[in-house]
Every structure is written in C-alpha cells, then in structure tokens.
Design a protein around this ligand. Structure first.
Ligand code: ATP
Length: 364
C-alpha cells in the first residue's frame, strides 16, 4: 500500500506561505504531476512529502502511516533531483548501488538490483564509467536508475528533465512515462512545464501562490479548467479571454454582449451566469475551438488578422476581438494572410464562462 495523503499541509518561510492548506490524495501506483509557475510551492510540497523540509502543520501519510515528522529514510521513498546529485568520483555502478549499500543490503542483492535498473534504463555499458565522462542524458538515466534500484514504493521527482536539451527532453519524456508505468511505484513528479505535465501525468495538480487550484486528469484540466488561471497556464497558446456584458433584461435566457456580438450561455449554465454579481462576465475560448469564416455570418465577429504564424500542422493567427488580443488556430488549408478581414464564431459548447468576481469557471 503506498497511497499518499496530504491533509491541510502548510509550510512557510518567514512571512511567505509557500504551501497554503494543501489537500491531495495520490492513489497507489498513480503518476501525479505537480505543475505551476516558478515559486508556486511545488518543490516545497514535494520536499514535505520526502521529509527534506517538514510541514509546519497538517498531516502526510504514506500507505496509511503518518510520516509527517519522520526523517526521509523512514518513509520508503526515493527521489530524483533536477541536479541529479550523482557522485562524480564514483562509477555508475557504485552510484546506482549507493543507497542500497547505505541500507546494508548484501552485495549480491546490490549487484542484482543495479544490473536490473541499468538494464531498464539501457545503460548497462556505462556501469564502469564515471559520470564526468557522460552526457547530461546519460547522467539523468543514472539518477533515475539509482532511484529505481531502491525499489521504494514512492518515487519523488523534481524537474528531472529540465537540464536536458529540447530534443532529448522530448525523447526522455516518453521513455520515462513508459518506464514508470512498468515499475508500479506511486510517483509525484514536479515540473513547471505544462506540456510535460499533460503528457506524462495520470492526473495533474496545478498550483499557484502555494494553493492547489485543480487536480484532475490532463484532458479535464485542459478542457474544463477550474478557473481563469488554470485556463491560461495550461495550454499553448493560453486560453483566450474577452470581457462580456450581461443582459438580463429579457427575463428569459440571459444574453451576453461581446462587442457587437451577442452570445447565449447554454441552458445548463444560464442560471449560474445570470446569478453572477454585477453585469460583467468573462468569456474564455481556446485557439483551436473558434471557427474562422471567409464571409460574414450572424453571430460572428469581424476581425482583422494582424499576424499569421505558420506552424506546419496549423496556422496561428493573432487578431483583436472586442478590444482583446486573441490567438486562433486554423487549418493550413484555410487561406489567410496578415491584414486580411475574417469572421470568427465561438461555438456555444466551446465557450467557458468565468465569474469575474471569483475568477472561477462556471460549469453545469
Ligand atoms: P521553482 O519551479 O522555481 O523551483 P517552486 O514552485 O518549486 O518553484 P518553491 O521552491 O517551492 O517553488 O518555493 C515556494 C516559495 O517559497 C518561493 O517564494 C520561494 O522563494 C520560497 N522558498 C522556498 N524555499 C525557501 C527557503 N529555503 N527559504 C526561504 N524561502 C524559500
């Protein structure tokens, strides 16, 4: 059993509340990614799970055992750091076996586990080399092999790919995902890279200012973000947002004016949008969810395209909608040039409604 439960955990540094009332359950054998901008508290939370920086208050259990104030070695965890933290003067074999030796394992068992871990990471031929004579990608594999050799129930990883170049990072991302699916550990993985988070995690926990904003599977976090921050942090380009004015005068369904265009919330969210305090609502929509039209149509915004970025599989267009800069992606077969006039429609089921008072998204 290696479920991790984090209950009302707080951690401050001086006046700075780095982790603010974190509540999170990571299921047995789950791969959970903690993601958020620099300084949001993800490393602090990971270190509290590891026992490298104790929580100020709250409770952390691993497999039902309260570990909140236990030292790391009593938690049955292993960790991979961004810096890899491998010893330059030791061979790869000794590096991978180091923790096992410290734990007093017998040398046969150490050999067996070192060889198994090296085989999993495809570094058998490097076992007698020293890290100084290896590439970043190879060192990264050694650090992961060392963590896996411990056969801990919980694997904690802090930005393990961020020192690699872009191509290697892309390769290692898929490799690590496949590998971790095979080893059955409960994994918590910290990254500031939202693409890495979406592509690797069974679930993703998005943090901002020490607060966990949303915990959900990657599709939900992308498609149904909990609030404006999650919509703009997750996804590249970020979700577009534009201000709308609520018109409740009909007594019937509420109308939302965005510039010259009137939008109508779906029946499921109509009453919640109507209940927003004040007469403003924020309309969110992703770049790929808008329809681009070559001719005017009812309910479409007339826009002038200011920039066209051809990205191969799509064109990314920049334009102004009701005074807000927006990005829309179109299929490369749709003809468009900078300076051209287009009409843009927001399909009703793709619009996300944001309460401007709370910044929370409104769902049925
Ligand atoms: P990054 O991606 O930049 O590592 P992060 O999300 O992991 O960021 P943390 O390292 O957890 O963020 O830091 C959270 C906040 O706590 C930041 O404001 C940071 O400056 C502060 N902080 C972290 N460690 C310490 C420390 N040892 N002493 C003082 N402040 C700290």
């Amino acid at each position: 059993m290696s479920e991790i439960r984090i209950e009302s955990v707080n951690k401050s540094f001086g006046d700075k509340l780095a982790v603010n009332d974190a509540n999170l359950t990571i299921h047995e054998q789950e791969f959970l990614v903690l993601v958020g901008p620099s300084g949001c508290g993800k490393t602090t939370l990971l270190r509290a799970i590891a026992g490298l920086g104790m929580a100020d208050s709250g409770r952390i259990t691993i497999g039902g055992r309260d570990v909140t104030y236990l030292p790391p070695r009593q938690r049955n965890i292993s960790m991979v750091f961004q810096s890899y933290a491998i010893f330059p003067h030791m061979t790869v074999r000794d590096n991978i076996g180091f923790g096992l030796k410290m734990n007093g394992e017998d040398s046969k068992e150490i050999d067996r586990r070192v060889n198994d871990a090296a085989e999993l990471l495809h570094i058998e031929e490097l076992l007698d080399r020293r890290p100084a004579a290896m590439s970043g990608g190879q060192r990264q594999r050694v650090a992961v092999a060392r963590a896996l050799a411990m056969q801990a129930e919980v694997l904690l990883m802090d930005e393990p790919l961020s020192n690699l170049d872009a191509l290697l990072r892309l390769e290692m991302r898929a490799e690590l995902k496949k590998l971790l699916a095979e080893v059955n550990a409960t994994t918590v993985y910290v990254t500031h890279d939202q693409i890495e988070a979406l592509s690797m995690g069974d679930r993703v926990a998005v943090m901002k200012d020490g607060i966990i904003q949303q915990v959900a599977d990657p599709t939900t976090v992308y498609d149904r973000p909990a609030n404006r921050f999650v919509g703009s942090f997750i996804g590249n380009p970020p979700m577009n947002f534009v201000d709308g004015v609520l018109d409740r005068s009909s007594g019937g369904p509420v109308a939302v004016k965005v510039g010259e265009v009137t939008l109508s919330p779906d029946a499921e969210v109509d009453s919640a949008v109507r209940d927003i305090n004040g007469d403003r609502v924020v309309v969110g929509i992703r770049a790929e969810n808008m329809e681009a039209l070559a001719e005017a149509k009812d309910g479409a915004f007339a826009v002038d395209v200011s920039v066209v970025e051809p990205l191969g599989s799509q064109n990314l267009l920049t334009m102004d909608v009701a005074g807000h800069r927006m990005k829309i992606s179109t299929h490369p077969s749709f003809p468009v040039e900078a300076g051209q006039r287009l009409w843009i429609r927001f399909p009703g089921d793709k619009i996300r409604w944001v309460d401007p008072n709370t910044e929370a998204m409104i769902y049925e």
